[in-house]
Ligand binder design. Structure first.
Ligand SMILES: *Cc1c(COP(=O)(O)O)cnc(C)c1O
Length: 426
């Protein structure tokens, strides 16, 4: 592969053109493995950013794409509908919490967040109230587009850089009680305070239920989420749950909000929706919210992407959801969780590790000091695994089919990789 061209001309996520990070040429991927061009076989600990839950090159997903391709790869969604979209939305309505029954399909996670925020704004506009604030949590991540960025942790997303351009929303302290800790009622105090004192301006609360992903890999107590729902109900504020990372079984429940037994008013889904094959996301809401939005001045919801409901993406999403239904995903995820519970605490014996935490098929190792992603990545490649750390966080969220031997290899690679890194100072 022409790596020199790549370095000179192609932007990768969050990279510099002046000093681009190392990029590894991948020639194929199969099951839980990624193969580099030179033949190196890596165990994949990332599921390509939470997406490839069934692993790579899956026969059923391949079949869904190729057979749909023979019919049509795309038609516009304005004034046209098709079987793959109908089948997909049927499945989504059936599997998500009962109150959610109106599905808006869109391109990517960030856009599904934009859509959710716009729904909330239009909802209040229809009700004749001007509400333009969102309440969210520190350490949250909701995407890279402007509105999504405005509700993402202000430090991580460099709010100060976009000052004057990003709308200013309200950030409450992130939960401190871990998933397995004893619940402390003080944990909700700052959120409650901010909600009460801004109640008339707040259109919606937006958060990632139970697991805050890219903003810090924090796994918090279900009672926090329960309290959020109660407070939103008390003040008539909408609750948007961003399950783009947590959705489709990752936390051991089909959706993370099930850990708290709550239903959001608006749900954002993405990432694993197509089993990691294509970009697609969905925003799902209740009849009440949808009808209120459409009963307003605009008479409709003001959004409609060009590639909305793309048939190829819909077909592969259908196949991915069907696979979830037909395979014991929960058994697999809980098996991974049990193995992580056994293996991760042993990492606390190394002097470099500050904390370990896990839930479902998510394992997080927090180091005392930040690691340089480029150097750390090299160590991991040497150990035969694909893990991409950020800051002080080395985390894994493998495809659900990862067996316990492979999981052990991942965790051992983290142990020896961190030792190599810190003992040699890079
Ligand atoms: C990844 C992610 C997004 C953004 O999704 P994109 O597809 O990258 O736009 C939004 N919210 C959460 C919680 C995510 O993990």
């Amino acid at each position: 592969m022409d790596i020199a061209f790549d370095r000179n001309h192609i932007w990768h996520p969050y990279t510099s053109t002046i000093n681009p990070l190392t990029c590894y040429p991948v020639s194929r991927a199969e099951g839980v493995h990624i193969y580099l061009e030179d033949g190196t076989k890596l165990i994949d600990g990332m599921s390509s950013w939470w997406a490839a839950i069934h692993g790579y090159n899956h026969p059923a997903l391949n079949e869904a794409v190729t057979s749909q391709l023979a019919n049509m790869s795309h038609v516009m969604f304005g004034g046209i509908t098709h079987e793959p979209a109908i089948e997909l939305c049927k499945k989504l309505v059936a599997m998500t919490p009962p109150s959610l029954e109106k599905v808006f399909l869109c391109d990517s996670g960030s856009i599904s967040v934009e859509v959710a925020l716009k729904m909330a704004l239009q909802y209040w506009h229809s009700k004749g109230e001007s509400r333009a604030k969102f309440l969210t949590l520190r350490h949250g991540y909701h995407g890279d587009s402007f509105a999504a960025m405005s509700v993402t942790d202000p430090d991580n997303s460099m709010h100060k850089l976009y000052k004057g351009f990003l709308p200013e929303h309200i950030f409450a302290d992130s939960p401190q009680c871990g998933f397995h800790d004893e619940w402390d009622e003080n944990d909700i105090a700052d959120f409650k305070d901010k909600l009460e004192s801004n109640a008339k301006q707040i259109a919606a609360v937006i958060l990632e239920p139970i697991v805050q992903g890219a903003g810090g890999m924090r796994i918090y107590h279900p009672t926090f989420l329960k309290r959020v729902r109660e407070l939103c109900d008390e003040f008539g504020i909408l609750l948007i749950c961003d399950e783009i990372a947590t959705g489709f079984g990752r936390t051991g429940k089909l959706f993370a909000c099930e850990h708290a037994g709550i239903e959001p008013d608006i749900l954002c889904l993405g990432k694993a929706l197509t089993g990691g094959y294509m970009t697609m996301a969905a925003t799902i809401t209740s009849k009440h919210v949808a009808d209120t939005v459409c009963g307003g001045e605009a008479g409709c919801f003001m959004h409609g992407p060009t590639f909305m409901g793309n048939p190829l993406a819909s077909a592969v999403a259908n196949a991915s959801l069907q696979l979830l239904q037909d395979t014991p995903w929960q058994e697999k995820v809980l098996g991974i969780e049990a193995k992580l519970a056994e293996l991760l605490p042993t990492l606390l014996e190394t002097p470099h590790v500050k904390d370990v935490r896990w839930l479902g098929a998510i394992g997080v190792v927090e180091t005392h000091s930040p690691v340089d992603v480029d150097t750390m990545q090299k160590h991991f490649i040497n150990k035969g695994v694909w893990i991409r750390p950020f800051g002080r966080l080395v985390y894994i969220m493998p495809p659900y089919d990862m067996n316990s031997v492979q999981l052990q290899q991942l965790v051992e690679a983290i142990r020896s990789g961190l030792n190599d890194y810190f003992d040699n100072k890079g």
